[in-house]
Design a binder for this molecule. Structure first.
Ligand SMILES: Cc1cc2nc3c(=O)[nH]c(=O)nc-3n(C[C@H](O)[C@H](O)[C@H](O)COP(=O)(O)OP(=O)(O)OC[C@H]3O[C@@H](n4cnc5c(N)ncnc54)[C@H](O)[C@@H]3O)c2cc1C
Ligand code: SF4
Length: 453
């Protein structure tokens, strides 16, 4: 297995500092000692992967950091990423009993980060999980190399199966490498975790290879050939390109899709934001908040999020919005963009907005805001069309892959799926859990094939 790529120096991502820096051992033990080790702990129920949180916290408090890491990785093979990127405020820490007494909840994410990072610095991930089983000779094709797929590959490898990942980009990790806000996790930290998972067994990664319907060749592999050549398939396709508004002036330099801009901030050393003093972000979800927050932290003088409804209707997390606003991001509510304005040279110079009521533009009250950069964060298209090339796999009316929620098996008995392409866009931890469910069922199916095949 060749080492994975490392993102080059000179990226804007490298200018960020961490919003929740790593604990020292003394800090971790002090925080761990606050935990009440609740019976029927609500924090466990709030974790999509069901990590035994009081147990790992107790192990930290007794100095058994390695044991704590074992407890975490047993339920979540991407426990290091999740420690840094999970919205703990709405998951485990949000459910901590301390909230009911209006006291600071236990910093579960930071404790998890301490246990996983401190341990992985000393020993490989494979030494923290059950020993790899002997090779079965079975191979599974995994489409995409985002967190759903990486988790599935790791779990399959531990069972002695070969996992072959096909990733259309050159850099693996999906949005966990290329989308997460840099103040939470750097792209290289995500890549280091993938490297650790690859040490669990027989995992092959093919980058720059897109799985397509129809003919393969020249960086493309046909879905049909995978069905034929592999014992099982896992679809971890994630979401597709940033959605567009379809208004005048949108096409051309200066108007970015938010996910595309974030990817460039994280991975592209040639990106500069020279000359940008005012940026507008269109949208009210977490991606809008993230990109606005990132642009502000990169030193852009004025960053405004423009949302067509009021703050209370925003789908983005309140704690993330509060943090972005604390750093100077302005929120403009009840406005919808009707046009982007460009100068004679084609440079973006402003955007025209209408006032809205109930999210819909109303007559009068038009205004123009000047800007040199726009980020559109109004959603992402689906990337699931290729899934239908696997006979029997269906999409729902939103374009998400349809699975049996108890097994994550699709309408094709050889194909499973999980992550954003199934749930429509949640969190890394949901992608991991869905991969776990799929792999559990896949293992049963592969075993019965071994027995009866
Ligand atoms: C800006 C942004 C910030 C986020 N921040 C957080 C956060 O702080 N915390 C958190 O928990 N979650 C966050 N998320 C969500 C999280 O990143 C996703 O839920 C998670 O990455 C989903 O994993 P996945 O494997 O399903 O998909 P992805 O991460 O999207 O990976 C899918 C992969 O499949 C590849 N692919 C797709 N089609 C093909 C094909 N036909 N052939 C080959 N390869 C293909 C893609 O290139 C991609 O690499 C964020 C998302 C965004 C957009
Ligand atoms: S709910 Fe809070 S105090 Fe109780 S076990 Fe979980 S982290 Fe500890």
């Amino acid at each position: 297995m060749h080492p994975l790529p490392v993102l080059p120096d000179g990226r804007l991502e490298q200018r960020f500092s961490e919003s929740k820096p790593a604990y020292s051992q003394a800090e971790a033990v002090t925080e761990a000692n606050r935990c009440l080790y609740c019976v029927d702990a609500p924090c466990i129920k709030a974790c999509p992967t069901g990590i035994d949180i009081p147990t790992f916290i107790h192990k930290i408090s007794t100095g058994n950091t390695t044991g704590a890491a074992r407890t975490i990785f047993k339920d979540n093979v991407l426990g290091a990423s999740c420690a840094r990127v999970c919205p703990v405020e709405t998951l485990c820490a949000g459910a901590c009993v301390y909230n009911a007494w209006e006291r600071e909840p236990i910093a579960i994410g930071r404790l998890q980060r301490f246990a996983t990072e401190a341990t992985l610095e000393q020993r490989p991930l494979s030494s923290l999980l059950p020993a790899k089983k002997p090779a079965t000779g079975k191979k599974v094709a995994i489409i995409g190399a985002g967190p759903a797929s990486i988790a599935a590959a790791g779990l399959l490898a531990l069972e002695g199966h070969q996992a072959v990942l096909f990733e259309r980009k050159e850099i693996p990790g999906g949005l966990n490498t290329l989308g997460i806000a840099p103040y939470k996790q750097s792209g290289n930290a995500a890549l280091a975790e993938i490297q650790a998972v690859f040490g669990l067994g027989d995992i092959q990664l093919m980058t720059g290879v897109e799985v397509v319907a129809g003919q393969g060749g020249d960086g493309k592999v046909s879905a049909e050939s995978l069905l034929k050549d592999f014992d099982a398939v896992f679809l971890g396709l994630g979401l597709g390109a940033d959605s567009k508004l379809g208004v005048t002036g949108e096409q051309g330099a200066g108007v970015w899709g938010a996910v595309e801009l974030i990817e460039r901030i994280k991975a592209d050393p040639t990106l500069t934001l020279a000359g940008v003093k005012r940026a507008l972000v269109i949208g009210g979800g977490n991606t809008a908040i993230d990109v606005a927050h990132e642009l502000k932290l990169l030193g852009i003088d004025e960053v405004a999020m423009v949302y067509r409804r009021g703050a209370s209707a925003m789908s983005g997390y309140a704690h993330e919005l509060a943090s972005a606003r604390k750093h100077g991001v302005r929120l403009i509510e009840h406005r919808a963009v009707s046009e982007f304005q460009r100068d004679a040279a084609g440079k973006v110079v402003g955007a025209k907005f209408s006032r809205t009521e109930n999210g819909k533009p109303v007559e009068g009250g038009e205004e123009t805001l000047s800007c040199e950069l726009v980020a559109l964060a109004i959603g992402q298209a689906t990337a699931t069309q290729v899934a239908t090339a696997f006979t029997g796999v269906a999409l729902d009316k939103h374009g998400n892959v349809v699975v049996d929620p108890t097994t994550h098996r699709t309408g094709n008995a050889k194909v499973w799926s999980g992550g954003d392409c199934v749930n429509g866009g949640k969190e890394v931890v949901n992608a991991v859990q869905e991969a776990k469910i799929a792999v559990r069922d896949m293992l049963r199916a592969l075993r019965s094939e071994v027995t009866h095949g």
